[in-house]
Design a protein. Structure first.
Lengths: 189, 644
């Protein structure tokens, strides 16, 4: 088992465990009153959903190759590449739509997410840039084999970071929705 | 004073004298033993110096007798005794070129087989003493060492089947007349421009095995033919007048080549010249698309000044480095990894720098995704002729006797070998498969089917049986190639014979048997599968490698020969239009996925632009809000400091 496998298992496992602990400890509590938040519109939900689905495909294909002990190639790489497009597009759209409302300082627009979700958003944006660039630079005639190896390492470790970030974001979104439903009158919950 | 002292010296008692003599003898003995030990530690024939040893040596016959130019009768020199005087012959016999018949020797990756060709019976059968899947052992068709040497000796360096075990020697009395075919050291190590390896073939044709090394060396002339001598002829006895009249082999040494002490100068080199290797290892493309000889270049390593033996090196045991990636694993010799393409040109798996022997340039492979190194052998992009939509035909020294002029030459000479064919084969150091260029032969032979397995029949036996088949030709039959009708007739004759098993003909990738209607019925069978062996040379310059300069569409294109080229299942018989097997089948890849890849590469530039744009947009947002965050932080710090 390579260092990457160990890091991946440890990172994803630790994230899931931390989220489970958090949910057991704090997730069941009724939320305190806070500032009103805007609910996502249907298009944003669609974009978010497609992006998360694309990320799942990207992670799944990469994971399958890792389990088989090979690098992505053939059909798996085709699917991986195909999912990269929607993922990148979704990221761009959401970055444009959410950036202003994910600021930590109070702005003119009401906050879209809780502070933790906003932090996750910015981490995801950084990781996305690294993810895209690390693979794109492999496709241009700039780096030799050692550079390509380094970019590949950066890509896959950034991908693990992105999966962890996405898990946290999904959890926080789900927690937010639950909290919102608990805040609503019983007939609308 | 001295005299007094002498007088005062007491005489030693006798036992002291004896002890002193014993001690002196012991010391001398010990000193000799050290010298001997030092000599023994030096392997015979491997002087430590890199200086060229001048081989001015006496010639010796097979009985180790020194040969003089005036010797009568003059016997041919023996390499076993002449060279073996300093270089241990039995150690050398372990070498790759001589150990095929040694069942204990490591076979390694399948290589070019010996191909038995018989045009009249449309036979091209791959044979090997090494257990390579897809080849047949010579004994399978009744070829003993004697017959094998007769068939393929022209490109054997001697040894191996040329020096069979006593049982095989006893089985064929002609060995006593021809002598054994010793390893011809000169075939590789001679640097004499007068060395004539073609003489080897001519002497073998006359069954003059014992005389063949001398004939190639030019140290003397060999006349006569052991073939014409009866089995009772003793080549070590002076031939009588009757034997001479029959044409018994005789030797006439060139007296001018001997010095005053009866020694002969051999112009030898430790590292064989490439021209010597080429005698058995030349490949020559034929067909309309094949370039003329003057249009081809030699291997880039040779052009850079290296010799074949710079990489294909060995010690006295002549266990030559073959240089393929999986060799260190197959031979359990990890040190061989340095002599592969990767060993010299690429950093090792642990990141340590490459061996870079001879100052080999380290490959950068700018812009090439590293997955290619897992899927492809280095040779896939760098070696052999560039792929064509239909794999070309190639002739090789060992299969087509390129070194000899004669009627056997011509573009349609058998056997039909195709190249380059990209085949997935176990090759890597870690035992995995990878795709590399190969030469391929579709076996064609007659056999008998028993319990689902085919046992080949010697083509001469088939030819004898076929003599009784009707000669009449159908309209359109040229008679030059065996027709389906003729094959069916011969199968009927073989079926009527006493031998067990259903007669079949294998060719063009199919097994043919007699159908219910009396015609031929074709089916797939493992025995009909092609035999492929990897090719590694000529290595092209890096700029001529596939994909060089970012040309991804050398392979990733709708019409790429690398994936979608075809290999014609050509055989010597006229079995109709040969099937065209697409390259991706040999590569173990899916046509659909390759087609989708090809389409994706059409849009790849746009995809790259889109992803760069996406990264740029997100990057700009990060920069913008990062700066705004920084501004807010500075404002907060400033406010705090104003309050403080």
């Amino acid at each position: 088992m390579s260092a990457f496998h160990i890091v991946t298992i440890a990172a994803v496992g630790a994230t899931l465990a931390a989220l489970a602990v958090h949910f057991a400890a704090a997730g069941r509590r009724r939320p305190a009153e806070g500032p009103a938040r805007v609910r996502l519109g249907p298009w944003q939900r669609l974009v978010y959903g497609v992006m998360m689905l694309a990320l799942a495909v990207l992670a799944g294909t990469a994971l399958w190759a890792a389990v088989c002990g090979e690098r992505l190639s053939g059909w798996l790489l085709l699917v991986h590449n195909a999912a990269a497009g929607p993922f990148a597009l979704g990221l761009v759209v959401l970055a444009i739509l959410w950036a202003e409302r994910c600021r930590f300082a109070a702005g003119p627009e009401p906050a879209l997410f809780a502070p933790a979700q906003r932090a996750v958003f910015w981490v995801a944006a950084v990781l996305a840039t690294v993810l895209i660039l690390s693979m794109m630079l492999c496709w241009v005639r700039l780096f030799g084999t050692s550079g390509q190896e380094l970019l590949f390492e950066v890509h896959r470790y950034a991908a693990v970071g992105m999966v962890v970030t996405a898990l946290m974001h999904l959890y926080l979104v789900a927690l937010g929705r639950r909290a919102a439903s608990l805040s609503l009158p019983p007939d609308r919950a | 004073m001295t005299g007094n002292a002498t007088k005062r010296r007491r005489r030693a008692p006798p036992f002291v004298k004896a002890l002193a003599i014993l001690a002196a003898a012991g010391a001398v003995g010990l000193a000799f033993s050290f010298v001997r030990a030092a000599e023994d530690a030096q392997p015979p024939g491997e002087p430590a110096s890199r200086a060229t040893y001048v081989h001015r040596i006496p010639l010796r016959d097979t009985e180790n007798g020194v040969i003089r130019p005036e010797s009568d009768p003059a016997l041919p020199f023996s390499t076993r005794t002449t060279c073996g005087d300093c270089h241990d012959y039995d150690t050398i016999r372990q070498g790759w070129h001589f150990s095929a018949t040694d069942t204990a020797a490591e076979s390694g990756r399948p290589a070019q087989p010996w191909i038995l060709v018989h045009r009249a019976t449309a036979t091209q059968l791959p044979l090997s003493y090494r257990p390579w899947p897809g080849t047949w052992r010579p004994e399978d068709i009744g070829l003993g060492p004697w017959e094998f040497v007769q068939a393929f000796g022209r490109h054997l360096p001697g040894g191996g089947p040329g020096e069979p075990d006593p049982k095989a020697l006893a089985a064929e009395p002609r060995w006593l007349v021809s002598g054994r075919l010793e390893i011809n050291c000169l075939a590789c190590h001679s640097a004499d421009p007068a060395h004539d390896q073609v003489q080897w073939l001519l002497q073998l044709a006359e069954q003059n095995f014992l005389w063949a090394p001398l004939a190639t060396s030019g140290l003397g002339e060999v006349r006569g033919s052991a073939r014409r001598m009866p089995e009772t002829y003793d080549p070590f006895m002076e031939p009588n007048a009757q034997a001479l009249q029959k044409g018994a082999p005789t030797v006439a040494y060139d007296a001018g080549r001997f010095d005053a002490e009866g020694r002969v100068f051999f112009n030898l080199v430790h590292k064989p010249l490439a021209e010597r290797c080429y005698f058995c290892h030349t490949n020559h493309g034929v067909g309309a698309e094949a370039p003329e000889k003057w249009e081809t270049d030699q291997d880039v390593h040779l052009a850079a000044g290296l010799a074949c033996a710079d990489c294909h090196r060995h010690g006295l045991d002549h266990r030559m480095v073959r240089g393929y990636e999986g060799e260190p694993l197959a031979q359990e010799r990890p040190e061989l990894a340095d002599f592969t393409c990767r060993g010299c040109h690429m950093p090792k798996a642990d990141g340590s720098p490459p061996a870079a022997r001879f100052g080999a340039p380290v490959a950068r492979h700018v812009g090439l995704p590293t997955v290619h190194f897992e899927k492809l052998a280095c040779t896939a992009c760098h070696s052999g002729p560039k792929p064509r939509m239909q794999a070309g035909r190639v002739q090789t020294s060992r299969a087509h006797a390129l070194e000899f002029y004669g009627e056997h030459r011509g573009d349609d000479a058998l056997p039909f070998i195709a190249e380059p064919v990209f085949v997935k084969q176990v090759n890597r150091l870690d035992g995995r498969e990878e795709i590399g260029p190969h030469r391929i032969l579709w076996p064609a032979f007659w056999g008998r089917l028993k319990d689902g397995a085919v046992q080949p029949i010697h083509p001469e036996r088939v030819a004898d049986a076929a003599k009784t088949a009707p000669e009449a030709k159908d309209a359109g039959e040229s008679g030059e190639r065996l027709s389906r009708r003729r094959i069916a007739e011969v199968l009927k004759i073989l079926a009527a014979g006493p031998d067990a098993g259903e007669p079949v003909y294998v060719g063009g990738g199919k097994l043919y048997r007699l159908g219910a209607d009396g015609g031929l019925a074709a089916e797939d069978h493992p025995a009909a599968r092609p035999y492929a062996w990897a090719l590694a040379h000529d290595v092209r310059p890096a700029a001529q490698a596939l994909g060089s300069g970012g040309a991804c569409d050398d392979c990733h294109a709708w019409n790429s020969a690398f994936f979608f080229g075809t290999v014609s299942a050509e055989g010597p018989a006229d079995l109709g239009e040969p099937q065209a097997v697409p390259m991706y089948e040999f590569e173990g890849l899916s046509s659909l996925s390759l087609r989708v890849w090809a389409v994706m590469f059409v849009f790849r530039p746009y995809f790259k632009a889109f992803l760069f744009a996406a990264a740029a947009v997100i990057g700009v947002i990060l920069l913008l809000y990062g700066l705004r965050g920084l501004a807010a932080l500075l404002k907060w710090v400033s406010a705090r400091s104003a309050k403080g």
